[in-house]
Design a binder for this molecule. Structure first.
Ligand code: PLP
Length: 384
């Protein structure tokens, strides 16, 4: 895995023997003659730099092919617009990423499909999926922001039993921690804005497909819709991808230290992290993931006032949306990433006003723990 990420595109330059592949910014490619295009003709449909990144990401996911898109939402749009028609049933998690929820909700009305939101972490979820017979089952595990774990193998079987397809948003894991195609996914979507690029300087996405037919269909739709990724973004993402293995290891180790500081603290009502033995999805996560990841959420007992006290004064966590970069971030999902969800939908999904999500970076763990500990003392002060 690490080797494939590091070696992506290395030594592929036939023109000059460049070790790192060059960046092709040209939007258009000269035909060899009338009716004889070369491998690439126009950069929306195909670009050499983007194509190397797509091949690398397909290999990491164990996919038949991948298409790189301009954003994670571009990847999700490609899957939904390419696969779902009026009258179809789409099953999705009740606590999906806010942007995913907004797109599903808007498209269900515009296209006329039947959106069913379920708790996919529940033990009866596979049976409920089969009884709903979806064309598409959308899964996010760990889910955002509550880190719920869904059983990919069981859900994949349930979707296939009724002739449907399973798509998995693997943004929180990257292929280093979870390989959904091996567990039965037909499509894997990621926001490469997060861990794949890892440096918070590119918006991008990818759809990887288990079969050549799906891969061709997704590439066709991404080109047709005009959501394929830019060449420079692909170049940057490939550069970030090379260190994915070492970054994920550092994120996880630091997350474990932060969880230790949170667990049992008086200001903290509950910690959501699949690595904790009392997390309801712990055993499943240990089975289907290669590690528990770098995202940690927790409820502060004092609600939104405690959140304000906690975030105001942090030195090493920036109050910002997004996740998966080398720098640590803190977010209040209720007013930030999930603000598009109406309060009743937030409440149904278990998002309380005191919920905080951390994207734990790769800084020195002692600095992060000291910062969190001081923040919790402020939050406890707001409580008393
Ligand atoms: C960020 C994110 C997306 C959307 O990706 P963009 O690159 O912001 O369009 C989708 N799913 C998850 C889980 C995310 O965290």
């Amino acid at each position: 895995m690490r080797t494939a990420a590091v070696r992506a595109g290395i030594d592929t330059d036939a023109a000059e023997g460049a070790v790192v592949p060059p960046l092709y910014l040209s939007t258009t490619y000269r035909f060899e003659g009338l009716r004889t295009p070369r491998a690439f003709d126009y950069s929306r449909s195909g670009n050499p730099t983007r194509s190397l990144l797509a091949d690398a990401l397909a290999e990491l996911d164990g996919a038949a092919g991948a298409v790189v898109t301009a954003s994670g939402m571009g990847a999700i749009s490609t899957v939904l617009l390419g696969l779902v028609a009026a009258g179809d049933v789409v099953v999705a998690p009740h606590d999906a990423y806010g942007g995913t929820w907004r797109l599903l909700d808007a498209l269900a009305r515009r296209v006329g499909f039947d959106l069913q939101l379920l708790d996919l972490t529940a033990p009866d979820a596979p049976a409920r999926v089969t009884s709903l017979a979806p064309r598409l089952l959308w899964v996010e595990t760990p889910s955002n922001p509550l880190l719920g774990i869904s059983d990919l193998a069981a859900l994949g079987e349930a979707a296939h039993a009724c002739g449907g397809l399973m798509a998995v948003d693997n943004t929180f894991c990257s292929p280093v921690l979870q390989r959904p195609i091996e567990l039965g996914a037909d499509l894997v979507v990621q926001s490469s804005t997060k861990y794949l690029n890892g440096h918070s300087d590119v918006i991008g996405g990818v759809v990887a497909s288990a079969t050549v037919q799906l891969a061709e269909q997704m590439a066709w739709w991404a080109n047709c819709l005009g959501v394929t990724g830019g060449a420079f973004d692909s170049y940057q993402t490939m550069r970030g991808l090379r260190t994915l293995g070492v970054r994920m290891a550092a994120h996880q180790a630091n997350a474990a230290s932060v969880v230790d500081a949170l667990a049992g603290h008086a200001a903290v009502a509950r910690v959501y992290y699949p690595g904790l033995p009392d997390h309801p999805g712990h055993a499943l996560a240990a089975r289907q993931m290669a590690g528990f990841g770098g995202i940690v959420s927790f409820d502060l007992a004092g609600g939104e006032d405690a959140v304000a006290a906690f975030v105001d004064g942090l030195d090493h966590f920036s109050l910002a949306e997004s996740l998966g970069g080398v720098e640590s971030l803190v977010c209040h999902p209720g007013s930030m990433t999930h603000a598009a969800m109406p309060p009743d939908v937030q409440a149904a999904a278990g998002l309380g006003p005191g919920l905080v999500r951390l994207s734990v970076g790769i800084e020195d763990p002692d600095d992060l723990v000291a910062d969190i500990t001081a923040g919790l003392a402020r939050a406890a002060g707001a409580l008393s």
